[in-house]
Design a protein around this ligand. Structure first.
Ligand code: FAD
Ligand code: DHB
Length: 391
């Protein structure tokens, strides 16, 4: 088999890239480890920046998003038992974010790709990449009972943090920058209307809590927990009780509980690979970088990478110029580091750290007080949250 771009991974990075390339008339094949059902049901992020929403419309995959997405013009920061709204629309010239689950995005992208008769190979086993520094790199895998070799002009490594693309690069060719956090998030999906019409990020003595949602009928909530928290220790009543305590306000606001449909624990880390390219392979999304989820940036950053990559490949196939391809890492990393900074800052401001002393806790509250009372500081949060402009 032969194609122009071999894409490893059918997550947001790989699928958006495949549709962007399709629009430019560039051929690609997507090779995915899991089944279609698995990737379409995997519960992950839920906040889309305006740029991501606009791209879905441009690609003609925004019809369900338009009907089902919830536009949010602000968030609440809650601390010391009171809520403070950050008004995105007013602070950013009418920008907002849209709540629409990542797995719904995935369903829309897969449907569009298959409707156009473009290949996605699901359940590919033993995927490996070869000849990255040669003229025609290849992707090897087993699928449908046979061993296959896909020859490509370029490979896009869109296979997430645990994928094989980044780890196929020889040691020393890339520099890693990372930071682990001494906590994780216990996330639930509950069959109950959200108790607030906007997201609430809460700093509390007992740890961070976040109220989010998926629709007018489904709530999504998170609690700061141990990185290796044992879910068996968290029956539903304990989760709701903890959420009640961390989200409580002095004016008696009430959180409504309900049946929990799904629970999971997510670890938190910051991680960047530099450069994001080796030979003819380009890394995009979580394969190249991870942010802690507090700023809701992971999916949006993956989309920003592949926009740059599609533009660079478009220029190459149209004019033979490699200038943008050479600058791929540099262009992406400028945004990646700003988003890393924002996600780290939101995480540091809102979580309890094991070695915090009373000074750190007072400083955190002072920071939240400043962010919610200074227009300049609120604006900084708002413009990062709705998404920095694309390069
Ligand atoms: P992925 O979505 O990871 O996609 C990579 C794809 O590659 C997957 O389909 C995978 O099956 C496939 N793959 C892996 N290995 C191979 C292989 N060897 N061969 C072929 N295919 C392979 N972000 C937020 O902003 N908020 C959140 O609440 C949030 N929650 C998250 C919860 C979890 C459990 C995880 C893991 C991530 C979460 N994120 C969250 C981050 C966000 O979902 C990611 O940043 C986003 O999915 C990145 O997209 P991607 O396409 O780069 O990678
Ligand atoms: C959600 C996840 C986030 O990481 C976040 O900051 C806000 C909302 C969510 O899953 O709804």
């Amino acid at each position: 088999m032969r194609t122009q771009i071999g894409i490893v991974g059918a997550g947001p990075a790989g699928l958006f890239l495949s549709l962007l390339l399709q629009r430019l008339g560039i051929e690609s094949v997507v090779v995915e480890l899991h089944t279609r059902k698995y990737v379409e049901e995997r519960i992950r992020a839920g906040v889309l920046e305006q740029g991501t929403v606009d791209l879905m419309h441009e690609l003609g995959v925004g019809e369900r998003l338009k009907r089902q997405g919830l536009q949010h013009g602000g968030i609440e920061l809650r601390f010391n038992g009171s809520g403070h709204r950050i008004d995105f629309r007013e602070l950013t010239g009418d920008k907002c974010v849209t709540i629409y689950a990542q797995h719904e995005v995935i369903k829309d992208l897969i449907a569009a790709r298959l409707a156009a008769n473009q290949p996605i190979i699901f359940e590919a086993e033993d995927v490996s990449v070869h000849g990255l520094e040669g003229a025609s790199p290849t992707i090897h895998f087993h699928a449908n009972g046979a061993t296959q070799e896909l020859q490509c002009d370029f490979i896009a490594g869109c296979d997430g943090f645990h994928g094989i693309c980044r780890t196929s690069v020889p040691a020393g060719a890339m520099q890693i920058y990372d930071r682990d956090y001494p906590f994780g998030w216990l996330g639930i999906l509950a069959q109950v209307p959200p108790s607030s019409h906007e997201l609430i990020y809460a700093n509390h003595q007992r740890g961070f809590a976040l109220l989010s949602m998926r629709s007018h009928k489904i709530s999504r909530l998170y609690l700061q927990c141990e990185p290796d928290e044992d879910l068996a220790l968290w029956p539903d009543e304990r989760i709701w009780q903890e959420l009640h305590q961390r989200l409580a306000t002095k004016d008696g606001w009430k959180l409504t509980g309900g049946p929990i449909m799904q629970k999971g624990v997510t670890g938190m880390r910051s991680f960047v690979t530099e450069p994001m390219q080796f030979g003819k392979m380009f890394l995009a999304g979580d394969a190249a970088h991870i942010v802690p989820p507090t700023g809701a940036k992971g999916l949006n950053l993956a989309v920003a990478d592949v926009r740059v990559l599609a533009r660079a490949l478009g220029e190459f196939y149209q004019s033979g110029k490699r200038e943008l391809l050479h600058r791929y890492s540099e262009i992406c990393l400028r945004r990646v580091w700003k988003v890393q900074r924002f996600s780290w800052w939101m995480t540091s401001m809102l979580h309890r750290f094991a070695n915090d002393n009373p000074f750190d806790q007072r400083r955190q509250i002072a920071e939240l007080d400043y962010v919610t009372s200074s227009r300049a500081a609120s604006q900084t949060l708002a413009e990062n949250y709705v998404g920095l402009p694309m390069d």
